[in-house]
Design a binder for this molecule. Structure first.
Ligand code: HEC
Length: 134
């Protein structure tokens, strides 16, 4: 019986290594519980806090073209953005890595850390044409 092998040539060795690395990092993240976010709770919170009314129910059909598409963005980027709006709204100094925006400041202030983790994970899991491949 022949065993399946990964064809490795000089040209795709880097690609193979990248895939192995991604698989390794993925299992590490799960082992450390980093990905404990709840997608169902994330979608529910996204609806409850009316995020969909501006960003679209699918998080990629915003009501205004200048409103950002969120679907498919990295979860840590989304979480970072939301906490930066919270800091901005709380009046933290500009040196504290804030985002100052009247609408999003008011929206983000309502979110708990758990809401942010869950919403961010749900947004990241949505199919999208953004750079994160699904
Ligand atoms: C009334 C309209 C409106 C609502 C409701 C709203 N947003 Fe936004 N959102 C915006 C606008 C406008 C921006 C761009 C703000 C800026 O320029 O910083 C934005 C930006 C963002 C960003 C930053 C995106 C990026 O790529 O940096 C995130 C994340 C986000 N919103 C998530 C949410 C979430 C989660 C909710 C619900 C809790 C929500 N928004 C509710 C209008 C809205």
């Amino acid at each position: 019986m022949s065993r399946p092998t990964i064809p490795v040539s000089k040209n795709n060795i880097g690609d193979v290594m990248n895939k192995l690395l991604i698989a390794l990092l993925g299992s590490l993240a799960m082992a450390t519980g980093v990905q404990a976010a709840d997608l169902i709770a994330g979608e529910a919170a996204y609806q409850k806090f009316t995020c969909a009314s501006c960003h679209g129910a699918d998080a990629k059909s915003p009501i205004m073209p200048e409103y950002p598409i969120l679907a498919g963005q990295y979860a840590d980027y989304i979480a970072h953005a939301l906490t930066a709006y919270q800091r901005g709204q709380a009046g933290a100094p500009a040196t504290a890595n804030i985002r100052k925006h009247a609408i999003m400041g008011a929206m983000a202030t309502q979110l708990s850390a758990t809401d942010i983790a869950n919403i961010s994970a749900w947004i990241a899991a949505q199919p999208s044409d953004l750079a994160v491949r699904k």
